[in-house]
Design a protein around this ligand. Structure first.
Ligand SMILES: [Zn+2]
Length: 350
């Protein structure tokens, strides 16, 4: 029926043999004279389970002897006679169930993490977030201004007017910096970094405006919004790695990914949560909400000032309404900076 390479299991030498089927046996015959070297019962034939590239046939009762089937047609013929040599193919139904089970588990993990990212983020100690900030070299991601003593004192006083102010404030720390950007904007970065742009300070019409923006960014820090985003982003990367590389892929962290995560934008619910936290903080500290409102009125796209803050902070109209609702409450506002201190702050980076 064809030829194969035969290893008798006693010497390392192999020889080309002819194969023949007779009386329920596979006969292994030497080339040429046709001397019978071995006879393997068809029912005892097994394929080498190590699955080498060339199929290797073995006999149940002869542990060492091997037949390398270079001619695959022989194997096909033998499969007709011995069903145990047939490829074990999973039924389509079974495969379908397995695939849908796998997909369900992935979806469950994905949405579970999405759903519980806030709880997960809150359970991660703040020092770990600070370590992450250090790992991605956060301070090198922006060009911060050097402040004069007078400007530093004014900024410190403004920061102190909103932080610490609430019971949970001791759970995290903040580091407020001013960047050279001319567009009025503010950012929250990992590890409690809050970046106010020079444009935000110079365009502010009152210290309360800056305090309001700062209180909003503090809301993002206290609710660990950035970490939530990172967790959600990482699980997606991990799942993609899992699918493409197997379980070990979940442990891979692309160094570029960490830096990209800094560019993540907060979603609407996070913005609302930060606003609520800001209003609570400002009221607690008796800071006039009018400043916060003025800022958002000026940054609304329908207004000509068109400040860039809006692009990262959607839903200004709803936020303005929220502030208006709160502004009506009786509140005796206090002065947070003297006019001189405010002027010093406005001149930062100029
Ligand atoms: Zn925000």
């Amino acid at each position: 029926m064809g030829t194969a390479r035969y290893y008798d299991g006693e010497s390392a030498q192999s020889q080309t043999v002819n194969l023949k089927i007779a009386g329920g046996n596979l006969l292994i015959l030497a080339e040429g004279a046709g001397e019978q070297l071995d006879s393997w019962p068809l029912k005892d034939l097994r394929l080498d389970p190590r699955m080498p590239t060339v199929p290797v046939l073995m006999c149940k009762h002869e542990a060492e002897a091997r037949l390398e089937l270079t001619d695959t047609e022989i194997l096909e013929s033998l499969r007709e006679l011995n069903s145990s040599l047939k490829k074990k193919s999973m039924s389509k139904k079974k495969l379908g169930i397995l695939v849908s089970l796998f997909v369900s588990v992935l979806i469950f993990i994905y949405f579970g993490v999405q759903l519980f990212s806030a709880q997960i983020a809150r359970r991660i100690p703040f020092p770990i977030e600070q370590k992450l900030a250090k790992k991605v070299n956060i301070e090198k991601q922006f060009d911060s201004c050097v402040l004069s003593l007078e400007q530093t004192a004014a900024l410190d006083k403004l920061v102190a007017s909103v932080y610490p102010a609430l019971p949970g404030d001791s759970d995290f720390s903040i580091n407020v910096q001013v960047s050279r950007e001319k567009i009025a904007n503010a950012f929250t970065l990992p590890g409690g970094y809050i970046l106010l742009t020079q444009g935000l300070l110079s365009q502010a019409e009152s210290p309360e405006e800056i305090a309001g923006v700062l209180a909003h960014e503090l809301g993002h820090v206290q609710h660990r919004h950035l970490l939530q985003k990172i967790i959600r982003g990482s699980i997606m990367v991990s799942l993609v790695n899992f699918i493409s590389l197997g379980p070990s892929g979940m442990l891979l962290i692309d160094p570029g990914t960490a830096a990209q995560l800094l560019l993540l934008k907060f979603d609407r619910s996070m913005e609302e949560e930060a606003d609520q936290a800001a209003l609570l903080r400002l009221e607690e500290q008796r800071i006039d909400l009018k400043g916060f409102q003025d800022f958002f009125k000026r940054s609304h796209p329908e207004l000509p000032s068109g400040l860039g803050f809006l692009s990262t902070h959607p839903g200004s109209r709803e936020r303005m309404e929220l502030i208006e609702k709160n502004i009506l409450s009786e509140m005796e506002a206090r002065e947070i900076l003297t006019p001189e201190e405010f002027q010093a702050l406005k001149s930062v980076c100029l």
